[in-house]
Design a protein around this ligand. Structure first.
Ligand code: TPP
Length: 681
């Protein structure tokens, strides 16, 4: 069995064990070239799973690369979505797509997204990236196959850290209960996850006993022994009456000595030097045309650059960050401010930080860095956002001040019901960090880009929501929320470095907006602006207002510069760092004084825009006054892989887009709505 011609029913090609080994080795090489070209991605987990991938795609699974939607094909579900490059190379080596194309991995609009997206690449069965969901999807497919009386298999590849997600065990129970013998689960047991060894982060073993007790047949195999892999897949296919799981013992980073068993290589790409050293070890130096592949990636990127440049609004000059010799800005990621605040306040014995296996990059582990006495209040919960959220509620009920965080989409969406009932309904002091929010996780792609979290968080009764504009404000906001604010609280920040536009003296008052005004050009960007608490600001009869949150505040400041220098418009910016409770007074004043309000959010349009609209439209002081509004934000679409600043352009959330919208609205303010646009069919 393996690659089939779905038309004739004949086998296209049989691979020997030696050929499979060779294929896996070649795929490892292509994997590392693609990661190097992307400049990001997951080296460790893709290398550990490559032998399994080769065995699966070239031998174990029945499918036809010429006919990816053949109804009788076996389904392969890549639940461990971050191992996407190995999936892509499995498809490529089987003939679903050209091997060389995988080098466009993680680039804007590439079919090879940071995490698999079935709508972009034939052969990918379903979109994944949020861990722990693939086995449930497999259960659904297995039940559908049973209803259709089909006999194909559903393979589901998972990680061992991934086994910490509770949903896996719901699916395991279902598969056992329904005796789904068309499911073959595979666990890549490389014993490492992001925060360290699985046994230390959150022990998942004994997996064998766990799956057995749920009614599964368990097979254990050396995941790098191709002969044994071939055998185990054969055995798995033959099991009748119950689902099968193959526990494959592997080495993370397998094949490259300096990557093997190194947690640091989980989410890291090799640089050119490391790539060359790795290819040498793999014996591929003369087999893979590295320069040619990298050239392919470079020309793909050049086309992306050209397309993005052509769709950007144009002004009299290039106003992009640090494009000129003046108005220079320094950038730092807001997440650092969160970590600094936890480090500063960590001595308070009530503070307890919960790890969700993404601790270093979201900076929550700064809480105990260099402070061993705090280690007992650092509690690793594994990849289990839902349980950790309810556990935080339990701690808060006992008087602790728990803090938890992950990618915003996992810390404020995956666990929404736990936040709603256990945290918010009980009105408990839990601080939730929505890290790596917005488009700032760039190349990871849509699955990891939280663009909807603020809808839910601000919609929850009792919840406070703060979206700081820079690293300094992130520190102040965390300080306040952690120790002073009672009740549930959500802080949202980006991964990418963004401009620092405030300093120690800039006011930060929870629930009160700041007004920002551009006063003139300066050597340093921030010095060109004056920032005051909205309550201390006197109307200057500006032409328009921009209400912004988070990293859109610096963009709004840059937009104000464009509007002033190119059009002579004066702009009042409201930094609405506290989205909930929103500063309605500052908003109403701005609307009344300027008559034009543009909102700017790095989120699906509405978390800010519709909140602002509802305040303005139901405000009696504004009834009958002319008011023109516009909204900048993501327009009801998912993100994409790409560099964070490319995505700012692609999703039209840059200063240039704010300025363009403002100019449009200012024309209406001056001349009224053009006749043509009034004609409604
Ligand atoms: C729901 C969810 N939470 C967190 C993450 C972030 N994340 C990506 S990979 C990973 C670790 C996975 O560990 P494991 O399953 O052991 O995979 P491997 O170590 O083999 O790469 C985490 C926490 C995610 N993708 N999905």
């Amino acid at each position: 069995m393996a690659l089939m011609d779905s038309k004739t029913g004949g086998v296209m090609r049989e691979y020997s064990v030696a050929e499979l080994q060779d294929a896996a080795n070649l795929m490892r090489g292509y994997d590392l070239v693609a990661l190097c070209a992307a400049g990001s991605g997951h080296a460790g987990g893709t290398l550990s799973v490559m032998d399994i991938t080769a065995a699966l795609y070239l031998h174990a699974a029945v499918h036809d690369p010429q006919n990816p939607s053949w109804p009788d094909r076996d389904r392969i579900i890549w639940s461990a979505g971050h191992k996407a490059p190995s999936l892509y190379l499995g498809l490529a080596i089987a003939g679903f797509c050209p091997m060389d194309d995988v080098v466009t991995l993680r680039k804007l609009s590439s079919p090879f997204q940071g995490h698999p997206h079935w709508l972009k690449l034939p052969g990918v069965e379903i979109s994944t990236g949020s861990l722990g969901q693939g086995l449930s999807i497999s259960v659904g497919m297995a039940l559908a196959a049973r209803l259709e009386e089909k006999h194909h298999k559903i393979f589901c590849l998972m990680g061992d850290g991934e086994q910490q997600e509770g949903q896996i065990w719901e699916a395991a129970m279902e598969a056992g209960h329904f005796h789904l013998d068309n499911i073959i689960g595979i666990v890549d047991c490389n014993r490492l996850q992001i925060d360290g060894w699985v046994k230390d982060v959150m022990q998942v073993e004994p997996l064998s006993e766990k799956y057995s007790s749920f009614g599964w047949e368990v097979l254990r195999v050396d995941g790098h022994d191709m002969g044994k892999l071939v055998d185990v897949f054969q055995k798995a296919r033959a099991v009748v009456g119950k689902p099968v799981v193959i526990l494959a013992d592997t080495v993370k980073g397998k094949g490259v000595s300096f990557m093997e068993n190194q947690p640091g290589w989980h989410g890291k790409a090799p640089n050119r030097q490391e790539l060359d050293a790795a290819l040498k070890e793999l014996g591929l130096t003369d087999r893979i045309r590295v320069e040619q592949l990298l050239d392919k990636a470079r020309s793909y990127q050049a086309e992306v650059d050209r397309k993005l440049a052509s769709k950007m609004p144009r002004f009299s000059r290039d106003y992009w960050w640090n494009a000129g010799t003046t108005m220079q800005v320094k950038m730092e990621p807001n997440r650092k401010g969160f970590g600094q605040a936890l480090a500063e306040n960590g001595d308070d014995e009530r503070v307890v930080c919960l790890g969700l296996d993404i601790s270093g990059s979201i900076t929550i582990s700064d809480f105990f860095a260099g402070k061993p006495e705090r280690a007992r209040r650092w509690i690793s919960m594994g990849i289990a956002e839902q349980s950790a959220t309810a556990a935080a509620a339990g701690m808060a009920r006992e008087g602790k001040l728990p803090v938890l965080g992950s990618y915003a989409t996992f810390s404020a969406a995956r666990n929404l019901d736990q936040i709603r009932v256990s945290v918010c309904y009980s009105n408990l002091n839990v601080l939730i960090a929505g890290a790596h929010a917005g488009v700032s996780v760039g190349p990871d792609g849509a699955t990891h880009q939280a663009l909807e979290d603020l809808f839910a968080m601000q919609g929850l009764p009792n919840m406070s929501v703060v979206v700081p504009c820079d690293v300094v404000e992130a520190r102040k906001a965390t300080n306040y929320l952690l120790l002073q604010k009672q009740g549930p609280k959500y802080i949202r920040f980006a991964r990418e470095a963004t401009p620092i536009v405030t300093d120690e003296k800039t006011p930060f008052v929870f629930g009160k907006a700041n007004v920002i005004r551009m006063r003139g050009e300066a050597a340093n960007f921030a010095d060109a602006y004056e920032i005051r608490l909205a309550t201390n600001y006197r109307n200057e009869s500006e032409d328009l207002s921009i209400v912004a949150i988070g990293p859109m505040v610096p963009e709004a400041m840059r937009a104000a510069r464009i509007l002033k220098l190119d059009f002579g418009f004066e702009t009042r910016i409201l930094n609405m760092h506290t989205l909930k409770p929103i500063d309605a007074e500052a908003l109403i004043c701005a609307a009344r004084n300027t008559g034009v309000v543009v909102t700017a959010e790095e989120h699906q349009i509405g978390a800010l825009a519709w909140r602002v609209s509802s305040i303005l439209t139901e405000c009696p002081q504004l009834y009958g006054l002319p008011l023109i509004t516009g909204a900048i934000g993501v327009k009801d679409r998912f993100g994409d892989s790409g560099a964070p600043w490319e995505l700012v352009k692609e999703l039209e959330v840059s200063a240039e887009h704010i300025a363009q919208k403002a100019v449009e609205l200012m024309a209406i303010k001056k001349k009224g709505v053009p006749e043509a646009s009034l004609a409604i069919a």
